[in-house]
Write a protein that binds this ligand. Structure first.
Ligand SMILES: Nc1nc2c(ncn2[C@@H]2O[C@H](COP(=O)(O)OP(=O)(O)OP(=O)(O)O)[C@@H](O)[C@H]2O)c(=O)[nH]1
Length: 322
């Protein structure tokens, strides 16, 4: 498409959509990756995007540079995207660019993240954002829900296959959660789940995903983690939770986790579902047995039992290479 055509497209879109009184404003819409569906208002003349926290638009994609590039806005219209000499480049319709005009039809890619530009009224953008939030976020803990996890997981799986990296699923379940509810009350149980979500989020890297998978079950997806690294992370989490004093209205609530792990090299992954099933089976085993176990190449090793605060907690580590 030449630049004249692209200008005409933006003009047409703007004029046809400004019939209602509020002016249309430019937004960057994320089409893939961790922030899929998210919209960022382009409110500056130069809107720097990147993975660094000093960027105007922070995108958690490890293949995006800290200050990757910028969207340039003039008179309310996004006219250009510029690459700031990023390692992995910026692309328009899969063509690498330095600085180039963009249109409503342009599909922009930086790292593994696809984006496009749209123009909308702030109220329209807000309601779309609210819908996106509601569909993808767990109301209680404010972390991604199961649906968001599955969407993200499929993308992660494609990434791992393309880049031949390993993928790990970790499932954590609060032990005897029913007892927590029965002893301290349902709101106290809610508080434990919220605090847990916050704790687990802090253990994640930007490229990892944490979600609430069910009632008292959390799931993590770790890119490129070796089995032994995953086991170290699981142990750290289990220890931290066992030693944390969860609190609700001055009541101290002890809680422990059981953890199931499935770690596979990309060549051995058939589907995300099979990995989740394997991690779930490992979790089930962890619940049944009191030992901290590692299972690698079908040889089981027993690890010494670690300190337990109140209720027993176990880690079952399962490696299912075919
Ligand atoms: N407070 C609270 N409780 C929940 C929530 N979702 C599920 N639950 C409760 O979680 C409890 C889960 O109970 P079970 O499936 O028996 O599991 P458990 O008591 O943790 O037992 P084990 O998994 O064998 O250790 C049920 O009592 C649910 O009502 C929630 O959002 N908030």
């Amino acid at each position: 498409m030449d630049s004249l055509q692209s200008d005409t497209l933006v003009d047409t879109a703007l004029s046809s959509r400004t019939t209602e009184n509020a002016p249309l404003e430019p937004y960057l819409v994320i089409l893939s990756g961790k922030h899929i569906g998210k919209q960022f208002k382009l409110s500056r003349q130069k809107n720097v995007f990147g993975r660094g926290h000093d960027a105007d638009i922070v995108i958690a994609d490890p293949k995006i540079s800290r200050r990757h590039g910028a969207f340039i806005v003039k008179a309310g219209v996004v006219i250009m995207v510029e690459d700031y000499g990023s390692t992995n480049g910026t692309y328009i319709d899969e063509r690498r660019i330095d600085k180039e005009k963009i249109s409503l039809l342009s599909r922009i890619r930086a790292g593994g993240t696809y984006m496009r530009i749209d123009y909308k009224k702030p109220s329209e953008a807000q309601s779309e954002q609210a819908l996106y939030q509601a569909a993808n976020t767990d109301v209680l803990t404010q972390i991604p829900n199961r649906r968001a996890f599955v969407i993200r997981g499929q993308e992660e799986l494609s990434f791992c296959k393309r880049n031949r990296t390993a993928l790990t699923v970790i499932m954590c379940d609060v032990d005897h959660f029913k007892k927590i509810n029965d002893t301290f009350g349902h709101p106290a149980g809610d508080q434990v789940l919220k605090d847990l979500a916050e704790m687990l989020s802090k253990e994640m890297r930007t490229e990892d995903t944490l979600a609430r998978y069910g009632g008292e079950e959390f799931i993590m997806l770790l890119r490129g983690n070796s089995e032994s690294q995953a086991l170290i992370l699981a142990e750290r989490i289990r220890e931290k939770v066992a030693h944390k004093a969860f609190e609700y209205q001055h009541l101290k609530i002890p809680a422990t986790l059981s953890i199931g792990i499935c770690s596979r090299q990309s060549a051995y992954i058939d589907s995300l579902e099979s990995m989740i099933r394997a991690a779930d089976r490992a979790l089930y085993q962890a619940k049944k047995t009191a030992a901290i176990r590692s299972r690698s190449n079908e040889i089981e090793k027993n690890y010494p039992r670690k300190s337990i605060s109140f209720w027993p907690s176990r880690v079952q580590y399962k490696n299912r290479k075919k």
